[in-house]
Structure formats: structure tokens, C-alpha cells
Design a protein around this ligand. Structure first.
Ligand SMILES: C[S@@+](CC[C@H](N)C(=O)[O-])C[C@H]1O[C@@H](n2cnc3c(N)ncnc32)[C@H](O)[C@@H]1O
Length: 218
């Protein structure tokens, strides 16, 4: 394995803000996130967080909320974890796991909001089940999110955006707002000026950034 990766994995193993397999908290954190953060502030997830730009960016905008970035790739999480430590962001944590396993780590109603920021679009029809706005994922989000909890999706991908809007038509939701061109939309402020590595690349290639937000009802 590349030395850089080994270095990052070793840093994650020591970092208090990274929860991953092998650490005792990884097994016991479900239902205990408020104890972990030592406050009762709302808990916000960024799924498929990559380097955690939204997790750390939103944590700076909203110091009165707790942010957890979730991704399976430890070397990406390392970037966000390191940024949070260097900037003393006590309201940030990273969880290294598959998103399929969310219910193992969060109790019913433990979460207030979920962000999906440029998740893999999975354009092939046979991969629809792996899209993070597929009904099976929405079902698991609904279990851990409080009633009327907020779901955000930001994507450059027209196929994923349109698919997600179609799926949401079949779901118990309210207050859906959407735009196919966030940068030119009155909703622009909802992006908080945070651009991820993928977003910079996609906008450079000329893709418009799409955004939707809704409340998930039980
Ligand atoms: C296209 S990248 C986007 C990363 C980041 N949100 C951004 O905008 O830069 C997708 C990320 O999702 C993660 N990912 C994809 N499927 C996943 C899954 N089922 N569970 C956990 N992470 C996943 C990948 O490891 C990758 O970091």
C-alpha cells in the first residue's frame, strides 16, 4: 500500500474525531452521539462525504450543530479529520463505514438533517439500487431522522437529479424546493459558498450544479 495511505490510516487510528472498525466507540456509538459531542445540539450527517468539505464547512457556519461525515474511504476522511483538528472544530466527527449500515450507528430519530453532496450518480439502470436517493436508502434515512428532518441533495448530474425528483414524488415528504441551476437560483445561499473538490471539477467542465431540499415525514 502506498506510504501516504498508510500514514493517513495511522493518523485516523489515533484521531478522536474518527470512528472506524477496531475502535471501541465504533461498536457502541448508536444512540450515544450526544454523549460523544457532550451537548444536545442537532446532529447532521454528510453521506459519501469524501474529504468532508461540507462537514467541516457547515460546522464552521453552524457551531450550534454537530456534523458527522460518513464515507468508506479512510484516506479521504483523513483530510476532513485533520482540518477539523487543526481548526479545533469540536462539533465534527467522521464515521468510516458503508452507508448501507447507517442503522447500525444511529438510533431512531437521532439525526436532524442529511446532506448528499455529489454522490456517485450510478447511471446504469442495473445500479439504480445503489443511488443514495433510491427508496431503500430513503427508508433507512427516514428511520434515523426525526419527523420532518431535512434531506439535501447537491449534484452536477442531471440523471441523478431527475431520478431523485421522480423517486421523491412517491415518498412521504413536504416542503420540496429545487433548482437545476443553483448558482443562478434564489436558493444559492443554501449552498453556503462551500464547493467540494468534485464540484470544482464539474463546474470547470461546464456542468450546472443542481440542488433539492425536502422534509422527510414518518
Ligand atoms: C463522487 S465522491 C463525492 C465526495 C464528496 N461528497 C465530494 O463532493 O467531493 C463519492 C464518495 O462516496 C463514497 N461512497 C460511495 N458509495 C459509498 C457507500 N455505499 N458507503 C460509503 N461511502 C460511499 C466514496 O468513497 C466517495 O468518497
Amino acid at each position: 500500500m502506498a506510504r501516504q495511505k498508510l500514514y493517513k490510516f495511522a493518523a485516523n487510528a489515533k484521531a478522536k474525531n474518527v470512528l472506524e472498525a477496531g475502535k471501541p466507540l465504533f461498536e457502541t456509538i448508536k444512540g450515544n452521539w450526544h454523549t460523544f459531542f457532550e451537548n444536545s445540539s442537532p446532529i447532521v450527517l454528510e453521506l459519501a462525504c469524501g474529504r468532508g468539505e461540507y462537514t467541516t464547512g457547515l460546522a464552521q457556519v453552524y457551531p450550534d450543530k454537530n456534523f458527522i461525515g460518513i464515507d468508506i474511504k479512510g484516506d479521504r476522511i483523513w483530510k476532513g479529520s485533520t482540518f477539523a483538528q487543526e481548526n479545533n472544530l469540536q462539533n465534527v466527527a467522521f464515521l468510516r463505514t458503508l452507508i448501507h449500515d447507517l442503522e447500525k450507528f444511529f438510533a431512531e430519530d437521532e439525526v436532524s438533517e442529511i446532506w448528499l453532496v455529489h454522490p456517485d450518480p450510478r447511471p446504469k439502470k442495473k445500479d439504480a439500487k445503489r443511488r443514495l436517493t433510491h427508496p431503500r436508502f430513503l427508508d433507512s434515512y427516514r428511520k434515523i431522522v426525526k419527523n420532518e428532518g431535512i434531506l439535501h441533495l447537491k449534484t452536477d448530474n442531471t440523471g441523478l437529479y431527475e431520478y431523485s425528483l421522480e423517486v421523491l414524488k412517491t415518498q412521504k415528504i413536504e416542503n420540496l424546493v429545487q433548482t437545476a441551476d443553483l448558482y443562478e437560483s434564489p436558493l444559492y445561499d443554501l449552498h453556503h459558498g462551500i464547493t467540494t473538490r468534485y464540484e470544482k471539477q464539474f463546474t470547470k467542465e461546464g456542468h450546472k450544479i443542481k440542488y433539492l431540499q425536502c422534509r422527510l415525514l414518518k
